[in-house]
Write a protein that binds this ligand. Structure first.
Ligand code: HEM
Length: 440
């Protein structure tokens, strides 16, 4: 069922923009921590530096941009409006930003009090977001499959954040010991539940819309979300009842879902009607190839009982699939909402008979120049390949990997900040009625 867009419900530009621009800031911080601390920090998965970098990426980059994208997409795709969008986004963004910074710094500086501050700020931000957005989605009249998948993703985020807060209590130096045996459950709900389900929910709408493709097969859309959720639930139940069969069947179901989604998306993109290749297409393709490679590596290592570096699976899932998808979406969402808001302003001026006060609105592909996006994609691809091999041969590839990651995130931050600067300049021109002298 093709998406009905309610563009007039789009929230003010600053609502999603503050989240989307904060994300590469945390991405760059994570890359600089990698560069500064050197290969020693990847000696095993529990070094405080690796845990800090993991959460600068999963909270600071992924959760940050996904919450921002949901603030833009739920009104437009689901027709649900937040009454005070600017206030709501501030109440979510500020504690998420500070909470993530505190959690990372707590690990890097080993200061227990910072864990407590992070726990409170992150707990508050996620609770308010999950409660308000769930209520809005339940009220939505849309019956597109993305609605139920967004609700499942929010439930997975609730479980992830609750487990994360319980885990972090083990670091606060209070009574509770660190429940490290729950860390895999936490990351499964975080990466396979919250991140994967939300990316699927968004892909079903934005790939046909922006890449002019056919819809995903109806069966796929109807069953994928519930299958992924049931697989993770099955894996979680083995923490209570350690049944090997349940674990194997749940893992096979999950692997099947990952591979089906990756290959179906590559096929839908291959059959697209729009022949023009844009940078977002490259990011979608790379993300799906990473997801397929991750699934095959995980499956083969499980079947043949091979020892695959756990950080390799982390790099393929967090950087290769999730960050790549989000990076590509940023190059669609930001130019689109800039074009949307400036066009709406121009229309208001025309309606008021003030044609001469309009500003020129360039084509979507010009707001963030294609070449700038393509260069950033090349550094992102290089950093993914180098980070992946650095988990196997850190001696040779660690520093080239960290450096290319720094450049890729710095370039993304530069491209997005430039687009925001462009928008603010246009708005300033409109507000002082100097549109006549608009050079662009
Ligand atoms: C409220 C937010 C969160 C808090 C307080 C939190 C806290 C933690 C803690 C304390 C650990 C275990 C560290 C250990 O065992 O020493 C952990 C591990 C982990 N968390 Fe989170 N987390 C949060 C959200 C997330 C989210 C949203 C994701 C993913 C989307 C995520 C991904 C991970 C991963 C991948 C690990 C395992 C790291 C490793 O194995 O090296 N976390 N988290």
């Amino acid at each position: 069922m093709r998406a009905d867009l309610s563009l007039q419900q789009s929230p003010p530009f600053s609502v999603p923009a503050r989240f989307l621009v904060s994300a590469p800031l945390f991405g760059l911080t994570a890359a600089l921590v990698l560069l500064w601390h050197g290969p020693g920090m990847v000696s095993h998965r529990w070094t405080p530096e690796i845990l800090a970098v993991t959460h600068f990426l999963t909270l600071g980059f992924l959760a940050m941009s996904m919450l921002g994208a949901m603030m833009q997409l739920t009104p437009v795709l689901m027709g649900v409006v937040n009454l005070r969008p600017v206030l709501f986004s501030t109440v979510i963004h500020a504690p998420l930003f500070l909470g993530t910074a505190c959690l990372g710094l707590a690990w890097l500086m080993q200061v227990n009090q910072l864990f407590i501050i992070a726990m409170v700020l992150l707990g508050f931000s996620f609770t308010v977001f999950i409660v308000v957005t769930t209520e809005r989605l339940l009220r939505s009249k849309s019956r597109h499959v993305s609605r139920s998948m967004m609700l499942l993703a929010l439930l997975a985020l609730l479980i992830t954040a609750s487990l994360g807060i319980y885990l972090v209590m083990g670091y606060t130096g209070q009574t509770l010991p660190l429940a490290r045996h729950l860390a895999d459950l936490h990351l499964s709900w975080g990466l396979m539940g919250w991140v994967l389900l939300l990316i699927m929910a968004v892909a079903y709408q934005v790939i046909p819309m922006f890449q002019i493709t056919d819809e995903y097969p109806a069966m796929h859309q109807r069953w994928m979300g519930w299958s992924v959720f049931s697989a993770i639930l099955g894996l979680s139940l083995t923490y209570i009842w350690p049944l090997e069969t349940l674990k194997t069947l749940s893992a096979i179901l999950l692997a099947g879902c990952l591979l089906t989604f990756a290959l179906t998306t590559l096929w839908v993109l291959h059959k697209r009607r729009r022949q023009l290749v844009d940078v977002t297409l490259n990011f979608w393709r790379l993300a799906m190839i990473s997801l397929a490679f991750l699934t095959l590596t995980w499956a083969i290592s499980a079947i043949l009982n091979l020892n695959v570096p756990v950080l390799l699976l982390g790099v393929l899932m967090i950087h290769g699939f999730a960050m790549t998808t989000v990076n590509g979406m940023m190059y669609k969402i930001i130019p689109f909402i800039i074009w949307l808001h400036l066009s709406a302003r121009n229309k208001n001026l025309r309606d008021r008979g003030e044609r001469s006060s309009q500003v020129k609105v360039p084509h979507l592909r010009k707001i963030i120049p294609e070449a700038a996006g393509l260069w950033q994609f090349r550094f992102h691809l290089a950093s993914l390949l180098l980070l992946a091999v650095a988990t196997i041969w850190p001696k040779w590839f660690y520093y080239p990997a960290a450096l290319s990651f720094v450049i890729a995130q710095a370039a993304l931050l530069f491209n997005l900040s430039n687009a925001v600067r462009f928008y603010n300049a246009k708005i300033a021109m409109l507000s002082i009625g100097k549109a006549g002298s608009d050079p662009v």
